[in-house]
Every structure is written in structure tokens, then in C-alpha cells.
Design a binder for this molecule. Structure first.
Ligand code: PEP
Length: 649
């Protein structure tokens, strides 16, 4: 996801407007029947308040159509929310205006306010800019956690984002995008898609969008009869979309051309009328006689589907395979729910009735992801962009990061001149991140001289323990105490002269992260290893070992530095093409260990005889995001020239 996440927001002391989906089902007396939408929003709310943010929640409930309807006030939601959150919240009787603004102004860190039903205003559905601006006025940042309404360009979903400095995705929203988006776009194969529901016309776009990615389609529900009929098979009185027979035929042809499979029911449960008291029986073949209609898939079809489910590694299911609202025809759908629960695959459910079958079978916790969005998930699976997601702030691209590693050089007086000189010459460089990595002995000086500067600093090494009898070592706590941001881990000189191995480096990385330091993890091969064509193998091993147990959130804080050992301090640098080839390889490995989105955001520096002469060509490479500079960082003019070139790129 290239959108900002609530996790990226610095929420401490800030007012965060969170668009939730509290459109809960109500019974005739106005009591809440199901609280899943309320409990699904808890992780995002907690993420904000546990970090000292002030959460202001806004949602719609029912179809108020611009009128205040007493039965659609958010009071009942507030009661359930308090229980789910385990915390007192304040429910207001409006969602804009002076009294709301005053209540918000009185909030303390960690407080939660629930605003009144936003659809009491027509301006919400009209996406009225003035109304959106009034909502935006309540907050510092906006978070959208209501995936299920993100296909609607409403004021609390889209309009408001125009008037806030940052609009981020909530955790539920992120989960929906992860599974309906990434897992489906880049599935682990075999990829099986089960489509049901009554009409082919509702699913045409999904077929078109997913055709080239899917290995096998299983078709059930009413739409199966249109497919069967398009093949000349008798379907009796079953629901058939006569005007979609050509489309169904075309889909079958395209699936064949694409070398994927589509499996239609081979037997059915049929009934003599569409009612819960209908006479019904198993029809042991594909065709259905006149006077009868298909209502559910039969036992042979379930067996056939079971075999495919067992083979799959990713399964997406949308739509019931029988008439789910009539109890005697829900067996096929329930059987599928159970089969999915037993499957080893990543299982993703989109659509109300398939989700209901999962709930009715009590297997929610065995399913990877059950989408909360009906219309929104359909549009997403059709490959459409949802206005509510589009409107969120983009993540900044990978910013160039240049770090100067002074190694074991400079005395205090040289260090002072060097820091001050470079600081003066690079003042106002906004396009790059800069860090000095001096010997430990100058860290105090750095802290003093760089206190008001954008330039950060760090250490060349650390031990993984916090304190104790480790004579000669420096701990992450000590580095933090001196204001360090970064720490180099696994520089080739430490691997070579101090026998540091990947196992030790992995411990150091974990400890640095635990204490809030950003590791610069060095990898790279020797000349001998390159000559033997082992360079990629060596780097891959260093990556896998060094990053063992590092989570997806933690990897975002690590900079990888590719430093071919043969190029360090030798004046013999890798060509930009050689460096790019390895950087691309590293990014690819990271996408395998984590995923593509994470790998596209991880910064990878190049290091090895970088100078002001070659830095431009190196940084122009697509996968190179900066440089770890040794020798050239020790001279004011050379390093500041190099930084200037990088800043102007
Ligand atoms: C380094 O020390 O990490 C380095 C790359 O050194 P140099 O730029 O001198 O090759």
C-alpha cells in the first residue's frame, strides 16, 4: 500500500478524526443485533489513544437521508463501544458546530469522543466542501478505517481529506487492502476463486480483472445456470440471464485461452418452486428437467470443489453457491465454509452471504480475512480504485540517505572543524537525509553541535546487551542517551577484523531496534566471492540471517547498505550497473522475505569508494537510495560537494 498508515502518524497530543463504519444492524426495536463492526474498529482506536492521541470518531448509521431520526442516533453504539474498548467515551449530539468544537478542545490525551450520525446532514452524501471543512476543523489528522464506505465519495470519506495535512488508513482499512488488494494481485499459486450469487452480470468485471491471475474458478449459485445454459445444457426453470448467455460463453472461452480452469456444477439440489416449503431432491447430473429449478450445488459438486480447495494456496470466495436465505438450500454454501476453514491456503472472503456462512459455521477464526465491505470489496476486486482510498495521503518516496562513516579517524579538534564546516555548507539541504557516523569519542560533540540541525548522527557499532560486565563495549542505551539516531551493524571491517558473524549481527539489529535506534545493516561480498560468481548467494545469506525474526514493521526502520568488500577504501568502486544489479537483487529478496510493498519502501544505500565524482551516476540507479561514504566524508569540501550533488538530483 502506498498510502500513509495510522501507524505513520505522530499522534501524541493530536486530535485524530477517525471515520469508522458503525453502521450496525438494528432490530425492529432499534437494538443492535451484531457488534462486529464496532469490535473491528477497536485496533485503530486503541492504536491512537494508547500512543497519547485524542480519538474523535465519526460514522453513519442507517439511512437518515439528511434528517435527524431519533432511532438512528449513535447512543446505542456508544454504549457497546464503551464495553468493547473498556473505557468511558463521550457521545456528542452533533458532528459539527461550536459546541462540538468546544468539547473537542477540552479533550485530553487518550480521550475518545463519538460524534453524532453524520448522515443527519445531507451535505455528507453530497460531499459538500463547506461541511467537509467543518469536519476537518475538528482534527489535526484524519484516519479512514471505514473500508466498506470507501467506494462512496462522501464528505466524511473524501471531502474532509482536502482540508487536513495528513489523511491516513486505519488498521482495518490496511487489512482490507492487504488481502483484497495485494493477496489477490500477487497470489501464492495455485489461486482458486469461488464465485457464487445469482447473476453473472454482477461478476463480469471480477472475471475480467482476475482472469489472468487465477488458476481455477469454481462457479456455483444462480449464475452457474447461465453458464450451463450457454453450453447447451438443459436448466429447466432455473434462473438464467438470457441476455448474458454470450457473455458467459465468452468468459468460458477466455478462461480456456488463458489455460486456466473453470468448473461448473455437475449435480444439483433442485426444487419445484422458489420457496422454503418446496419439494426438493438431488439431481444427479448436470441437466435439470422442466418444472424444476436449481437451488444449490449437489454432493458430487461439493466433492469436486473439495479437491480443488485442497490443492489451492490462495482462495478468494465471493457469493453463496445456493439459495442461502432458504434453509434447505444452504448446505452447499455451509459445506464450502467448512472446507475453507480446513484449508492450508490464505482464505479471503468477500460478500455478505459467504461471510454469513462462515459465521454460521463458527469458523471465523480459521479464515485469513473476512472482508467487512460489501459493495466496496466487489469494486475493489473488479480492479476499480475506491475514492476513499485514493483520497488518502501518499507515502513519501524513498528519500536519499547519505551517511559519512569516519571509521577510526579524527581527533577532537579535527572532528569539531569537520562537523561545523559541513553543517554550514549543507544548511537548508531538504531533499536528502544526512548522517555523520564518527568514532564513539565524538558523539558527545555531535550531540552538542547538531542539536538544532537536520543532520543526524550515529555510531559505527554497538553491543547487543543493555549493560553489564562487557569491558570495552558500548550499549544501545548509551548511544540513545547521547542522541544517536543510527547505528551501523555488520560493517565488513567488523566482520573481517573482529569476526562478527550474522548470528551476532542479528542480535545487534534486534537490540538496536528495541532501543529505538535505526540500524544501517551492511552486506557485501569479497573479490574472491565475486570472482567465483557467489556474490548474490553471499549477500542473500547475510540478508536472511541478519534479518531473522525482524518483523514487517521493524524492517521499515532498517537501511541496508550494500558494500562490496573489494570496493571499500580501495578507490575501486562498483560500476553503477553492477551496484544496481545487486540492489535490485536485494530488493527482490526482501520482497520474498516480506512483501513487495515493504521491499519497495526499504532504503538501500551503496557503499564503496563513493566520491563527489561518481555519486550522481550511482544515485541515478532505480534501486539505489543513498550512499554510505567512508574516505570522502572526511573532507569538508569533498563531502559537502557530494551532498550538494545528491540534494540537487
Ligand atoms: C565505508 O567505510 O563504509 C566505505 C564505503 O568506505 P569508502 O567510501 O572509503 O570506500
Amino acid at each position: 500500500m502506498n498510502k500513509l498508515s495510522v501507524r505513520d502518524l505522530d499522534v501524541k497530543g493530536k486530535r485524530i478524526l477517525i471515520r469508522t463504519d458503525f453502521n450496525v444492524p438494528l432490530d425492529k426495536k432499534g437494538e443492535i443485533i451484531d457488534i462486529i463492526r464496532i469490535t473491528s474498529s477497536i485496533p485503530t482506536i486503541k492504536n491512537v489513544i494508547d500512543r497519547g492521541g485524542r480519538a474523535i470518531l465519526i460514522s453513519h448509521l442507517g439511512r437518515a437521508k439528511g434528517e435527524v431520526i431519533e432511532g438512528l442516533r449513535m447512543n446505542k453504539v456508544a454504549e457497546k463501544l464503551e464495553v468493547a474498548l473498556g473505557k468511558k467515551i463521550k457521545k456528542l449530539n452533533d458532528c459539527i458546530g461550536t459546541s462540538v468544537e468546544m468539547s473537542v478542545a477540552g479533550m485530553k490525551d487518550g480521550d475518545v469522543i463519538l460524534l453524532e450520525n453524520v448522515r443527519f446532514y445531507n451535505e455528507e452524501e453530497d460531499n459538500d466542501p463547506e461541511f467537509a471543512q467543518k469536519l476537518a476543523k475538528l482534527c489535526d489528522y484524519y484516519v479512514n478505517d471505514a473500508f466498506s464506505v470507501s467506494h462512496r465519495a462522501h464528505a466524511s470519506v473524501v471531502g474532509v481529506t482536502k482540508f487536513v495535512s495528513k489523511a491516513a488508513a486505519g488498521l482495518l482499512m490496511e487489512k482490507e487492502i492487504k488481502y483484497l488488494g495485494q493477496a489477490v494481485q500477487n497470489p501464492k499459486r495455485p489461486f482458486l476463486v469461488i464465485l457464487g450469487g445469482s447473476k453473472v452480470s454482477d461478476k463480469i468485471e471480477i472475471f475480467k480483472h482476475l482472469l489472468h491471475k487465477v488458476d481455477t474458478f469454481l462457479i456455483g449459485g444462480g449464475m452457474a445456470y447461465t453458464f450451463l445454459k450457454s453450453q447447451g445444457i438443459l436448466t429447466g426453470d432455473s434462473l438464467v440471464e438470457k441476455d448474458k448467455l454470450d457473455v458467459a460463453n465468452e468468459i468460458l472461452e477466455n478462461v480456456k485461452k488463458n489455460h486456466s480452469k473453470i468448473i461448473l456444477p455437475v449435480d444439483h439440489i433442485i426444487a419445484d418452486e422458489f420457496s422454503k416449503t418446496a419439494n426438493s431432491r438431488v439431481q444427479d447430473e448436470k441437466s435439470i428437467p422442466d418444472g424444476w429449478r436449481g437451488m444449490d450445488i449437489g454432493p458430487k459438486t461439493i466433492e469436486l470443489f473439495k479437491k480443488e480447495i485442497e490443492k489451492a494456496n490462495t482462495i478468494l470466495w465471493n457469493g453463496p453457491v445456493g439459495v442461502y436465505e432458504l434453509p434447505q438450500f444452504k448446505n452447499g454454501t455451509i459445506a464450502l465454509a467448512k472446507l475453507l476453514a480446513e484449508s492450508k491456503a490464505t482464505t479471503i472472503i468477500g460478500g455478505g452471504d459467504s461471510a454469513a456462512a462462515i459465521h454460521d459455521s463458527n469458523v471465523e477464526d480459521k479464515i485469513t480475512h473476512i472482508s467487512t465491505g460489501g459493495g466496496a470489496s466487489l469494486e475493489f476486486l473488479e480492479g476499480k480504485s475506491l475514492p476513499g482510498i485514493e483520497a488518502l495521503s501518499d507515502i513519501e518516496g524513498r528519500k536519499i540517505f547519505i551517511a559519512g562513516n569516519w571509521k577510526m579517524n579524527t581527533l577532537q579538534k579535527d572532528a569539531r572543524i569537520l562537523i561545523n564546516g559541513i553543517k554550514e555548507k549543507t544548511d537548508g539541504f531538504k531533499n536528502i537525509d544526512i548522517a555523520f557516523i564518527p568514532p564513539y569519542t565524538h558523539l558527545f560533540l555531535m550531540q552538542d553541535i547538531l542539536k538544532d540541525s537536520n543532520i543526524k548522527f550515529g555510531a559505527q557499532n554497538m553491543y547487543f546487551e543493555e549493560k553489564g560486565a562487557y569491558t570495552g563495549e558500548i550499549s544501545p542505551l548509551m548511544l540513545k542517551d547521547l542522541g544517536c539516531t543510527y547505528v551501523i551493524i555488520g560493517h565488513s571491517e567488523r566482520r573481517k577484523y573482529f569476526n562478527e558473524n550474522d548470528e551476532l549481527l542479528n542480535k545487534k539489529i534486534k537490540s538496536a531496534l528495541k532501543h529505538g535506534l535505526f540500524p544501517i545493516y551492511c552486506v557485501g561480498e569479497t573479490q574472491e566471492e565475486r570472482d567465483k560468481n557467489l556474490h548474490q548467494k553471499v549477500v542473500e545469506k547475510q540478508l536472511i540471517n541478519g534479518l531473522t525474526g525482524i518483523t514487517s514493521d521493524e524492517i521499515k526502520k532498517i537501511t541496508i547498505a550494500y558494500e562490496p568488500v573489494w570496493a571499500i577504501g580501495t578507490g575501486k568502486n562498483a560500476t553503477p550497473e553492477q551496484a544496481e544489479e545487486m540492489h535490485k537483487f536485494i530488493r527482490n529478496r526482501i520482497s520474498v522475505i516480506y512483501d513487495e510493498e515493504i521491499s519497495s519502501n526499504v532504503r538501500i544505500q551503496y557503499g564503496g569508494s563513493v566520491t563527489s565524482e561518481n555519486v550522481a551516476d550511482i544515485l541515478k540507479q532505480e534501486n539505489i537510495d543513498g550512499a554510505l561514504v567512508g574516505g570522502a566524508s572526511l573532507k569538508i569540501d569533498t563531502f559537502s560537494d557530494l551532498l550538494k550533488i545528491a540534494n540537487n538530483l
